[in-house]
Design a protein around this ligand. Structure first.
Ligand code: PXG
Length: 286
C-alpha cells in the first residue's frame, strides 16, 4: 500500500480517501496461475487507459507498478492468486473538486486466494436472469473505464440475489445485451459465436479478448454484434467470461433453457483450451 508491504489487518485507508467518498478511482482484477501472472500487461494497459480517461495521475511508472505487483505476489507465497489493484485520487477536503487533494494517488495491491463460483456450475451451468437495472450509459460514465463506482452493477447483482439466480445480464439504453454484472457474455448459434461490441457499453474484458483469440485459432467463426434478449433465449450455447469466473457456461436465462440445458460442445472446447493457455502463458513471478 503506497509503497509499504503490510499484513491485511494493518492496511487501512483514510475516511477522506476519494475512492471511499466518491468512487473516484480505477481498479483491476488479475489472476495468477501456478506462479505466473496471466495477461498482466493487458491489465496494466487497461488500468493506464482508465486512469488517463479520468485524469488520475499515476504514482509510479508502468514498469514500477508491474514490479510492485510481482513483488506483492512473491511475498504472499501464493501460486494461484487473485490480485486486486486499486488506485484512487487520494485524500482531500470534503468537496468534489480534485484540486483539493492533499495527497498523491492512493495505490493498493491486494493479493488473495480466489473465491470462485461453486465447482459444479462449470459442469451444470449458471442460472441467469436479465436485470431491470440498465448498464451505465457509455456517453455518461463509460463502462470501458473500470472505475471504483460499481453501484450500477451492484444494483443488478441485488436483483440476481432476489431471484436466487447466479448471474444477471444487463441491457444497455437501447435494450441490447451489454454484459453480465462482472463478466462478458457470448452466445453460440449454428456454430458461430457472437458477443456484444464495445460500443454496446461494456468493459472490454481481458478474458473476452482471450476467447476472441482462441476462436480465431480454433477456426470458430465469431462476430461482435448487438445481441437481443431473443437471440440469447434461442441460442444453442451461452457462456460468460471474466478473470474470476474464467469461462462459465449458462444453462438457463429467465426460465428459458439454453440448448439442452448442458454446457455445449463449443463452450467445452473453449473451456479446455482456455485452461491450457492459462497454464502455459503468463509473466513468471520469480
Ligand atoms: N465486465 C465487467 C463489468 C467486469 O467488472 C468483466 C466484464 C470481465 O473482464 P475481465 O477483464 O476480468 O475478463 C468484469 C470483471 C466479481 C468481479 O466479483 C468482477 C470484476 C471486477 C470486480 C469483481 O465478479 N471485473
Amino acid at each position: 500500500m503506497n509503497g509499504d508491504f503490510l499484513p491485511a489487518s494493518e492496511a487501512k485507508i483514510s475516511v477522506f480517501d476519494r475512492g471511499f467518498l466518491y468512487g473516484d478511482g480505477v481498479f483491476e482484477g488479475i489472476r495468477g496461475y501456478d506462479g505466473r501472472i496471466f495477461r498482466l500487461d493487458q491489465h496494466l494497459d487497461r488500468l493506464w487507459r482508465g486512469a488517463k480517461a479520468i485524469r488520475l495521475s499515476l504514482p509510479m511508472s508502468r514498469e514500477e507498478l508491474r514490479e510492485v505487483v510481482l513483488e506483492t505476489v512473491r511475498r504472499s507465497g501464493l501460486k494461484d492468486v487473485y490480485i486486486r489493484l486499486v488506485m484512487s485520487r487520494g485524500t482531500g477536503d470534503l468537496g468534489l473538486d480534485p484540486r483539493n487533494c492533499h495527497d498523491a494517488t492512493t495505490l493498493v495491491v491486494i493479493v488473495d486466494k480466489l473465491s470462485l463460483y461453486p465447482r459444479e456450475v462449470y459442469e451444470t451451468g449458471l442460472e441467469v436472469i436479465t436485470c431491470v437495472t440498465r448498464r451505465n450509459l457509455p456517453t455518461a460514465l463509460n463502462p470501458e473505464v473500470k472505475s471504483l463506482n460499481y453501484l450500477n452493477n451492484i444494483l443488478a447483482k441485488i436483483e440476481v440475489g432476489d431471484a436466487n439466480a447466479h448471474e444477471g445480464l444487463m441491457l444497455n439504453h437501447l435494450g441490447f445485451i451489454s454484459e453480465a454484472t462482472g463478466d462478458n457474455v457470448f452466445i453460440c448459434q449454428q456454430g458461430k459465436l457472437v458477443t456484444p461490441p464495445v460500443s454496446a457499453g461494456i468493459l472490454e474484458g481481458i478474458t473476452r479478448q482471450v476467447v476472441i483469440e482462441l476462436a480465431e485459432e480454433m477456426n470458430i467463426p465469431l462476430a461482435e454484434d448487438n445481441l437481443t434478449v431473443y437471440q440469447v433465449y434461442t441460442a444453442d450455447e451461452c457462456f460468460l467470461t471474466g478473470t474470476a469466473a474464467e469461462i462459465v457456461p449458462v444453462r438457463r436465462v429467465d426460465g428459458r433453457e439454453i440448448g439442452d440445458g448442458k454446457p455445449g460442445p463449443i463452450t467445452r472446447r473453449l473451456m479446455a483450451r482456455f485452461k491450457e493457455v492459462t497454464l502455459a502463458e503468463g509473466v513468471p513471478v520469480t
